[in-house]
Design a binder for this molecule. Structure first.
Ligand code: HPA
Ligand SMILES: [Zn+2]
Length: 366
């Protein structure tokens, strides 16, 4: 792999240039770590403030420009979460949720996104008096419209929030069961504040989800918390996808074990920079170490409206940091398809598309 020093300007730009160079034939991307509420752009937020006559704290929300500047200066995860949780007050009726999910797909369609597994935080909405079916039906409507318009397949994953009592999460999981039965929601995740919230605290919630036949389980872990918490997530909770999992890289034996178990990490390089996990830049990410250890991962945006970029921006930032070759990108995209929670048929379509895009790249240096 070329070092940062030998990475040419063309190499740095190649991923961003690909949509045009190959008539939108970029390697098919699968996104597994995107909070739909985190795609609420300041412009849409202020539009919804007007629509609903919502009053937001003027010290936090003055102008679009001031807000964007504040988003460039988060001190840590909890500092970000204060904005993330507050902004949701503007999401009120079904059309707001539909507009939000459609806008995300519209934004990433030209960047090569093919399949998205999308988080949402039901407690953050029901806790404000918004009915759960308003949330799920609205999000689904936007995603269906986006699939028709752009061919992007998508799924919804509910996250319970770690900062509320376990009893609230148990209620949220029970309330979601009809949407899991209907196939509208395909899994359970957990997000929000990690400090003081070790995974073991949530074992009962994962047991309930298993009892209620949630088909897929994941958890945010090791973003700010230590490697040992990633270990707990995988070994004690039995979760085989880990969102972030960043600090697993501090424990080389754990990485060997993750590779052996085929545990899948959903990494978020630009998020890590904005939330001071890698304060100096994406080059501090353990991506090369994970590749070397054979730990599978995907590259994701997390909260694109807050962290300075959507999925392709994250790919470009990784390329700028590490200057990977085409074979490495093929491997990353292949693992992203393989790690997706979509049908075998959809995976095959995406593998075929990847093979054909790689053919189109033949002879091109990056
Ligand atoms: O990166 C995150 N971590 C934890 N909770 C979150 N909620 C939205 N984004 C995040
Ligand atoms: Zn996240």
């Amino acid at each position: 792999m070329p070092s940062i020093q030998t990475c040419s300007g063309h190499a740095v730009d190649f991923l961003r240039a690909l949509p045009k160079a190959f008539e939108n034939r970029v390697p098919p991307q699968c996104e597994h770590h995107i909070h739909i509420e985190g795609s609420l752009e300041p412009a849409m937020l202020f539009k919804l403030v007007e629509k609903h006559g919502v009053t937001l704290d003027p010290a936090m929300y003055s102008t679009i420009e001031a807000l964007e500047e504040r988003y460039r200066n988060f001190a840590n995860l909890d500092d970000f979460l204060a904005y993330f949780n507050k902004a949701m007050d503007v999401l009120i009726d079904e059309s707001d949720f539909a507009a939000l999910s459609y806008a995300y797909l519209e934004r990433v369609a030209g960047d090569g996104l093919k399949h998205a597994e999308i988080f949402f935080d039901p407690q953050a909405h029901t806790g404000r008096g918004i009915a759960l079916d308003v949330v799920v039906n609205g999000l689904k409507k936007g995603l269906k419209k986006g699939q028709t318009a752009f061919g992007i397949t998508s799924e919804l994953i509910m996250c319970f929030v770690k900062h509320l009592p376990v009893s609230s999460a148990l209620d949220a999981v029970r309330e979601m069961q009809p949407f899991v039965e209907s196939g509208d929601v395909i899994g359970l995740g957990a997000d929000s504040s990690e400090v003081n919230n070790p995974p073991s605290k949530f074992a009962e919630i994962y047991s309930l989800a298993r009892e209620l036949s949630f088909p897929n389980l994941t958890m945010h872990s090791g973003e700010e918390g230590p490697a040992d918490w990633v270990r707990q997530t995988v070994f004690d909770l039995g979760v085989n996808r880990v969102d972030h999992g960043f600090h697993a890289a501090d424990d080389l034996e754990l990485l060997d074990e993750l590779a052996r178990r085929d545990t899948f990490l959903t990494l978020c390089p630009l998020s890590n920079v904005r939330l001071q996990v890698t304060p100096e830049g994406v080059h501090q990410s353990p991506i090369p170490l994970l590749l070397g250890k054979g730990v599978k991962f995907s590259i994701n945006s997390d909260d694109p409206a807050y962290f300075g970029g959507y999925i392709l921006d994250n790919y470009v930032a990784v390329q700028a940091a590490f200057g990977f070759d085409k074979a490495t990108w093929r491997r990353i995209c292949q693992n992203g398809i393989d790690g997706s929670w979509c049908s075998a048929e959809r995976k095959q379509e995406l593998f075929d598309e990847l093979a054909s895009v790689m053919e189109a790249w033949e002879g091109k240096t990056i």
